[in-house]
Design a protein around this ligand. Structure first.
Ligand code: BG6
Length: 505
């Protein structure tokens, strides 16, 4: 989030360099930063993983990833060759306490050649159960001792629940200062998610109506068409609540509902988010089924093709009770939001890949129009479209052209692709650059992560102790189980059809 700060020499060490994240996201993001000349002049990437491969084989595999997943693909020969000279590989089993000092030697060699002590960024792109070993390895090597220069990037999920998150935090904070830690939630790097703050706080138009007086309720939908892909093993131990709600959806909720920050200092913004999380009304055990529902997809269709149910996916236990859909109703106990329901839902194998926030305004207090004129009337709606068609839509009522007085909804649209000529960077580009710059605004602080776990903890516990009786309960290609409709119907609401590119109403 900072601008024009000269970048210091940096070495990025990726633990878990053989994994999917490095291949699909991290290296394509770094390659794009290289294309945009945003990386420091003296920059090196060291991939660390157990497998024995040489630098050349490692680079070849990374290039395939760039060819497949980079926003500017395929890789361009000359640029890739230049970029790949910064990349090397180290085969190391960091979980073995006897593993040698190869990493520290490599870091020192590079720094000797550059003639400076570089900033060192250690990116833990590894499952939560390996974090402890990786952190202990770094501590043993003593390579991460400079609080200003050395940084640790931790991928989500940060723990499996409140207790494990607290334990992991205690462990890491015994080794590293909070200022060294960058806990990633990649949704915070998305251009449209960051724009929520700009939209709310750089315009004076919306703040006066951004409260219980004018807003009836808010819906946040993060829907995916994909199933669990090749990640069945991970996902089956996680589920929609841990994978999406505890982090991505609650972060979006924070940005929509938080109070205005005094400045864009990392801690000021994060304080305001923590305040908001504290204000979310705790879900009482006896109210869980009124506040949260889960679902699991069965066989159905995706993009017009027949697809298997969750229980048939590779890596998934055939009797799994893991949820692939979750919906929540939250209330926020503060002056601004008292009594306004916030509905959140997310699921795999939904009919569309669409993430958006719908703000539903209250009806006009008095309707002066004849009843025939307002048959088609709808409340005002503001839609923040996070993806795929990034933008903001304001739905207002207009008089339909003609001799009769007839009102109907029309949309005022702001679309990123029309308004700006440059393609927005991928979330990981923004986040990696922020780590390199040392700006933690878009990263989660320990207390934020813990608050988020505390909010979902009663539901997590209830779902773990009472297995669902009716899974699978929604067909792939649908908007989730009927229980999600009932959850929100109780308050007199219904889920709004997200605005899809081909269908705007
Ligand atoms: C990840 C989840 O954090 O976010 C995945 O682990 C999910 O299960 C992904 O598919 C969605 O991210 P995006 O950027 O594609 O919306």
């Amino acid at each position: 989030m900072q601008y024009a700060v000269p970048l210091e020499p940096t070495i990025l060490v990726i633990f878990g360099a053989g994994g999917d994240l490095t291949w699909r996201k991290l290296i394509p993001a770094l390659y794009n930063l290289h294309l945009d000349k945003l990386l420091p002049e003296r920059f090196a990437i060291i991939g660390v993983a157990r497998k024995q491969v040489d630098d050349e084989a490692f680079r070849r595999r990374l290039r395939e990833g760039v060819d497949l997943f980079s926003r500017r693909r395929p890789a361009e020969e000359e640029s890739w060759n230049r970029f790949s000279t910064h990349v090397s590989y180290l085969s190391e089993d960091f979980s073995d306490p006897a593993s040698g000092p190869a990493l520290s030697q490599k870091l020192e060699e590079l720094e000797r050649a550059w003639g400076v002590r570089a900033n060192r960024v250690f990116y833990l792109a590894i499952p939560p159960d390996m974090m402890e070993a990786a952190a202990a390895h770094l501590q043993r090597l003593g390579v991460c001792r400079d609080c200003r220069r050395d940084r640790l990037v931790v991928e989500k999920p940060f723990g499996r629940d409140l207790a494990t998150a607290v334990a992991l935090d205690r462990l890491l904070s015994g080794m590293f200062a909070e200022s060294q830690m960058y806990r990633i939630d990649h949704y915070l790097g998305k251009e449209t998610v960051q724009n929520i703050l700009a939209f709310r706080f750089a315009n004076s138009l919306f703040e006066p109506v951004w409260n219980r007086r004018y807003i009836d309720h808010v819906q946040i939908t993060v829907a995916e068409t994909v199933g669990v892909e090749e990640r069945g093993g991970y996902y089956d131990n996680s589920g929609a609540l841990r994978d999406m709600v505890q982090n991505h959806l609650l972060q979006i909720l924070c940005l929509i509902a938080m109070e205005p920050p005094i400045s864009f200092d990392a801690d000021e913004v994060r304080n305001k988010k923590v305040d908001l999380l504290h204000a979310i009304r705790p879900i009482r055990p006896e109210e869980i089924h009124h506040s949260a529902v889960r679902g699991q997809y069965g066989r159905g269709t995706a993009d017009g093709k027949a697809v298997p149910g969750y229980l048939e996916e590779p890596g998934v236990a055939p009797d799994s009770t893991t949820e692939t859909f979750a919906a929540f109703k939250f209330f926020i106990d503060n002056w601004r939001w008292q009594g306004v329901p916030f509905y959140l839902r997310t699921g795999k194998r939904m009919p569309a890949r669409v993430s958006e926030v719908s703000i539903l305004f209250r009806s006009a207090p008095h309707q002066p129009f004849p009843s025939a004129a307002v048959e088609n009337w709808q409340p005002n709606r503001l839609i923040i479209r996070i993806q795929p068609e990034e933008g903001i839509v304001t739905r207002i009522q207009a008089k339909q052209p003609g001799t009769r007085l007839l009102l109907g909804p029309v949309d005022m649209q702001f679309r990123y692709r029309d308004a700006f000529s440059t393609a927005p960077p991928e979330a990981y580009e923004t986040l990696l650059l922020d780590v390199i710059r040392g700006d933690a605004t878009l990263f989660m602080r320990a207390d934020q992560v813990e608050c988020a776990w505390r909010i979902v903890a009663p539901v997590l516990e209830a779902w773990e102790s009472v297995p669902p009786g009716d899974f699978p309960d929604y067909p792939a290609g649908s908007w989730g189980p009927e229980s999600a409709n009932l959850l929100i119907a109780r308050e007199g609401h219904n889920w709004l059809q997200p605005t899809m590119p081909e269908e705007r109403r």
